[in-house]
Design a protein around this ligand. Structure first.
Ligand SMILES: [Zn+2]
Length: 401
């Protein structure tokens, strides 16, 4: 039975937390989440000399034992080997989006290291690691089931975060294990995290097979009546307004997910969940109405929005992770059927109770009303799709009962 020893350096952790606080952050993620790091420091401060046993079955988590009596130390140490975002989020009661933001920034100052653990699609054994998405190998031979695995799914790429060895040293080095109680954060989720943009080399390999993504939430937006707007305002004045619209949308969307690209006045954005996507759209409607007025009409600039979710393929285009496939086409078609200040979405978006509850929360607000779900035949799609959503109401006193 192998024995493992851990050395924790809390002074080094403090130095790095200070550095992280002063670190320049992306426009969209300026906030330093003090609470998160205070919690981490607290968990960390109770470490003693500890040992742990390697499990007989490699699927099981490490059994960590300690010389001292306080049993919670064992559990706390296991939080960090590797750092488990989902578990941290639950145990510290901090939103997983915030946990991930902090972990991602911490890797940029070498406080943490991030690796991708590559899972076998047959038996879920972790066989190999990649430092960046770009360095993902084409295939890997599974040590457990013997199958040769081509690697082209973002769902088999698991993000692992470790403390730098200056902060937490583990001897000898070990292979991280799965913990069945908590879900892993995969590349499928992480590439749509707002703070993930800080990494230039986290793009799927350019010349490899397209990667599959099991689920992505795609949002398309466009300005309503832009031809008229350009005709009445002229290019320069119209562009000033379009820039305002982009600023509002980038602020609402890039702080929650990712702007994949802009196409003229249109935006394509991707999110890791339906609630995050809807929150971004609702916020964008609000600020467009309040802050973006067309000087010709005196009315707010209006956009239409379409949301759809589903599987997709991901390829690298001009250094970004871009989505392709029917999910993208349908999201874009839904947007083209949407109307001024309307967010039209496929019913598939409301796939769980939490999302349904959030949708009801939005439509209960004074400035929003629900658009009932109805069947819509989209061009190039074989069967009609159930779509509905919500409308932003600029003057609720006048129009909403
Ligand atoms: Zn296998």
């Amino acid at each position: 039975m192998n024995q493992y020893a851990y050395v924790a350096n809390i002074d080094q952790l403090d130095t790095k937390i200070q550095q992280l606080q002063q670190h320049v952050r992306a426009e969209t993620d300026k906030t330093f989440h003090v609470d998160f790091w205070q919690n981490i420091r607290q968990e960390f401060s109770c470490f003693h000399d500890t040992t742990c046993e390697q499990p007989k079955n490699p699927i099981l988590p490490f059994k960590i034992t300690q010389k001292h009596k306080e049993t919670n130390v064992i559990d706390k140490l296991s939080l960090f080997l590797p750092i488990h975002p989902h578990r941290l989020s639950i145990e510290l009661n901090i939103d997983q989006h915030i946990v991930l933001t902090e972990l991602l920034y911490a890797t940029t100052i070498e406080m943490l290291q991030m690796h991708w653990a590559i899972e076998c699609r047959q038996c879920f054994q972790i066989n190999s690691f990649a430092k960046t998405l770009q360095q993902t190998p084409d295939s890997v031979q599974c040590q457990k089931c013997g199958k040769n695995n081509p690697i082209h799914s973002l769902d088999q790429m698991i993000a692992l975060f470790f403390f730098s060895t200056k902060i937490l040293q583990v001897k000898p080095a070990f292979v991280p294990q799965k913990n069945k109680d908590f879900s892993f954060v995969t590349a499928n989720t992480l590439i749509n995290h707002s703070a993930f943009d800080i990494f230039r080399d986290q793009v799927v390999p350019h010349d490899a097979q397209p990667f599959a993504a099991s689920e992505v939430f795609l949002v398309f937006t466009d300005i309503v009546g832009s031809t008229n707007m350009y005709a009445h305002l002229g290019d320069r004045e119209a562009l000033r307004l379009v820039r305002q619209y982009f600023d509002i949308l980038f602020s609402a969307m890039a702080s929650r997910g990712r702007i994949v690209k802009t196409i003229g006045d249109a935006i394509m954005a991707s999110f890791s969940s339906a609630t995050i996507a809807m929150a971004a759209v609702a916020e964008a409607f609000h600020f467009l109405s309040k802050e973006c007025t067309n000087p010709h009409t005196g009315n707010p600039l209006e956009m239409r929005v379409g949301i759809h979710c589903g599987s997709s393929i991901v390829i690298s285009v001009n250094g970004i992770n871009d989505y392709f496939g029917q999910t993208v086409n349908i999201a874009s078609r839904i947007e083209s059927h949407s109307n001024a200040s309307v967010c039209l979405m496929s019913e598939a978006i409301l796939h769980d109770d939490e999302t349904k509850a959030f949708f009801q929360e939005i439509t209960a607000l004074p400035n929003y009303e629900a658009i009932p779900f109805h069947l819509l035949q989209l061009k190039g799609v074989s069967s009609p799709l159930s779509v509905g959503g919500f409308r932003y109401i600029h003057n609720p006193q006048q129009s909403k009962k």
